[in-house]
Design a binder for this molecule. Structure first.
Ligand SMILES: [Zn+2]
Length: 208
């Protein structure tokens, strides 16, 4: 897929995904048959109460379970308080940084303007976190998973992280990130903001 097509698709997602609704048409265009590996070859048929996806290029068929979505999470360590879990349901760029007004506290925001969380959940006191510390880039891929004749579709998020040139840096699994360079996140990756200070902020990336 070319960059432009990908971009178009992305924009389409965003409009359709207003309330995180996922378009069936997009699934049909995007998913690859796990048996014959052809892309965009599925028909959707109704069989009683269930919907079945049938590959036009081979005999594979799959139960259509579009409601199954896998949203990864960022789990923030909050010391003595319970960890705060943030579900990555959206696409786009998520910035984690210290609040500009409330100097000490960490906030999560998407894009440059909108605060997603200004509630007490993300009020984690940490003066070592920069105002724009890391960006998590969230993309989406469609996948058929499950074995046997009946499979199911899931939306699987792809996430990348980059340090935005923060003062005290970021590490993933104890390896310091090079500033402004994307690194893909995998399940159970351990992110640390300001890892070598007296108050490293630990965040675990959970795939499911
Ligand atoms: Zn097939």
């Amino acid at each position: 897929m070319s960059g432009n097509q990908k971009q178009d698709l992305h924009q389409e997602h965003n409009s359709i995904m207003g309330g995180y609704e996922i378009s069936t048409e997009l699934f049909l265009k995007e998913i690859e048959c796990p048996v014959c590996h052809s892309k965009g070859q599925f028909n959707l048929e109704k069989l009683g109460d269930i919907q079945i996806l049938k590959c036009r290029a081979c005999p594979a068929k799959y139960e259509f379970a579009i409601k199954t979505k896998i949203f990864p999470k960022l789990v923030f360590d909050r010391g003595e308080r319970e960890p705060f879990s943030y579900e990555l349901t959206m696409n786009g760029d998520l910035i984690i940084g210290r609040d500009a007004d409330d100097y000490d506290y960490i906030k999560i925001r998407i894009g440059p303007v909108h605060d997603l969380h200004s509630g007490e959940n993300t009020y984690i006191r940490n003066p070592f976190v920069s105002r724009k510390h890391v960006m998590v880039v969230i993309d989406e891929e469609y996948k058929l998973v499950g074995g046997g004749e009946l499979g199911k579709i899931v939306v699987k998020k792809k996430c990348f992280i980059k340090d935005l040139g923060s003062t005290f840096g970021t590490s993933v699994n104890n390896v310091l990130l090079e500033p402004n360079k994307l690194r893909e996140l995998k399940g159970d990756d351990k992110i640390a903001l300001s890892p070598n200070t007296e108050l490293p902020q630990l965040i675990v990336f959970k795939e499911v």
